[in-house]
Design a protein around this ligand. Structure first.
Ligand code: TAP
Length: 487
């Protein structure tokens, strides 16, 4: 596989222009599957540069909000066409920058296109209610007002879809945006912003400032002219952002971690349950908030399930996601790999039994990247660290239980509540799971993953600030209700 050694620096996009940061500092991103492969550099910008982007957004938003929804939608439709025409290039960049396989990266980019089109159409949908007044000569109704400038702070694991499922609704409802993507995947996000630039958005409506979270993300959170922050990332960072926004009265939306269970009942379709478990746990190398890292299996089916799970896991091909026939890519960075290895050691030291994997892959091309084996533990008790904390790597904790009631109790016994699945053919089991599972997204006989873009997405408990993204739910965050009384 050829490697790229040219190192282009991607600039900030502020007020319709690509701007060089005065900091002079850059971060170079390399392919985590082959660190000889240079993806590009991003700037480590200064707080003042973030300030300039917010000023530009504030000025631009005043005109942008006065365009009709139809006119705003036209820009989004155009951006969708441009992203679609660059799908191969953007997806390849994503694979090289954060490691997910090319088919997955293409799927994510296609989803970005669909998100843009969905929200483009939202510009013409109804937005308020008519409420009967007790005064017969008055009309009372609600309408939606944009927040103003929205700060968008995103993680590295979905560098196209997450920025777009935040920016597209923000824009269609009349806000201007300043995005700070995760440094680890900021080149891919810069390409998304290039597509928005090419679509001709008025200057200042979309702004990109790259840099560290503690400088640029923090400055965005604290900026008095930023009316709302939409964030996806870790709980630690999310909670800090929430507190910062609360302190100055800004609106915030936090989508954070998960410790998602799969429950396999003894009446489950075994093949379906195994395939979905493998995919939910190991796709994207387990680096997704909906990854299923706890698999809770009823005793009656445990041995058969385990046997088939191990056989299927042994078939997984690990390598550079650009190559055909590779099913699982590397961890996205050395730091991420070390975190996964740390959790594997923790599992061993707390007494879980390692059934498969457990090691960094080495030798040959593996030495150039950050590869880890798909890993399965059994004899995991629900209070062990690997059954409680988000690992963000390809690690399954198998937990055996005697009844479905026990399964539900174990499933709910974590601080997170993002997504959960059950595999069963019994309608009663399905219904009690749907009723009792503490998660924002519950699935029956289907892999734990994101959900279609027209449906609300978000978590309960520590997984989210309880607002929802995507679909019509996005309107709740990106607008404010104005009640109008006309006499
Ligand atoms: P984080 O380390 O939390 O980073 C997320 C973003 O926040 C990055 O852009 C980061 O910047 C920035 N940031 C860091 N410190 C900040 C601060 N003090 N103020 C403002 N912003 C700051 O998460 P990550 O490692 O990129 O992503 C993995 C996490 O995201 C996992 O916990 C995963 O579950 C979660 N996730 C959740 C979802 C949903 S929808 N619930 C989806 C995907 C991922 P830099 O990293 O560039 O410094």
């Amino acid at each position: 596989m050829s490697v790229e050694t040219k190192n282009k620096t991607y600039l900030n996009y502020v007020n319709g222009e690509w701007i060089t940061s005065l900091s002079g500092e850059v971060k170079t991103n390399r392919n985590p599957a082959n660190t000889d492969d240079v993806v590009g550099s991003i700037q480590l910008s200064t707080k003042d540069e973030l300030g300039s982007a917010v000023v530009a957004a504030k000025v631009a938003q005043k005109k942008w909000r006065n365009l009709s929804g139809n006119d705003r939608g036209a820009y989004l439709f155009k951006a969708a066409d441009i992203l679609e025409s660059r799908l191969e290039e953007v997806a390849k960049c994503m694979t090289r920058e954060m490691g997910k396989t090319l088919p997955e990266a293409k799927g994510e980019t296609a989803r970005g296109v669909a998100i843009l089109r969905y929200y483009a159409g939202e510009g013409l949908r109804s937005e308020g209610d008519v409420i009967p007044s007790t005064d017969p000569s008055a009309i009372m109704f609600t309408r939606r007002a944009p927040l103003g400038v929205v700060g968008v702070i995103t993680p590295w694991n979905f560098p196209v879809a997450i920025p777009l499922w935040k920016m597209a609704p923000a824009l269609i409802y009349g806000n201007a945006v300043v995005i700070k993507p995760a440094q680890e995947a900021a080149v891919t996000c810069a390409k998304v912003v290039e597509c928005l630039e090419e679509a001709g958005f008025p200057k200042g409506v979309v702004n990109l400032v790259t840099g560290s979270g503690s400088v640029i993300g923090q400055a965005l959170t604290d900026h008095p002219d930023v009316s709302g922050i939409t964030f996806t990332g870790s709980n630690t960072v999310g909670k800090g952002i929430g507190q910062g926004c609360l302190a100055r009265g800004a609106k915030y939306q936090l989508e954070m971690g998960g410790k998602n269970p799969v429950i396999v009942a003894k009446d489950a379709d075994l093949n379906l349950a195994v395939d979905a478990t493998i995919s939910g746990a190991f796709r994207s190398t387990g680096q997704k908030c909906t990854a299923t890292s706890r698999v809770i299996v009823e005793a009656g089916i445990y041995e058969k399930f385990k046997e088939r799970l191990l056989a299927k896991t042994a078939e997984i091909t690990v390598g550079n996601g650009l190559e055909e026939n590779i099913w699982m890519g590397p961890s996205a960075s050395e730091g991420q790999l070390n975190t996964v290895l740390h959790y594997i050691e923790k599992g061993k030291s707390e007494g879980a039994t390692l059934l498969a994997g457990g090691n960094r892959l080495t030798g040959g091309d593996y030495d150039k990247g950050y590869f880890v084996e798909p890993t399965i533990f059994e004899n995991v008790s629900p209070d062990m660290t690997i059954a409680q904390e988000e690992i963000f790597g390809p690690v399954i904790a198998l937990i055996q239980v005697n009844t479905l009631e026990d399964a539900l109790q174990v499933a709910n016994n974590v601080e997170f509540g993002l997504s959960a699945s059950i595999f069963t053919t019994n309608i009663g089991h399905m219904l009690s799971f749907v009723e009792d599972m503490e998660a924002g997204l519950v699935r029956v006989n289907s892999e734990s993953a994101g959900v279609e873009l027209q449906a609300p997405f978000g978590g309960m408990k520590q997984s989210s600030s309880h607002s929802r993204e995507q679909g019509q739910a996005a309107k709740e965050f990106f607008t404010s209700i104005k009640t109008v009384f006309v006499k």
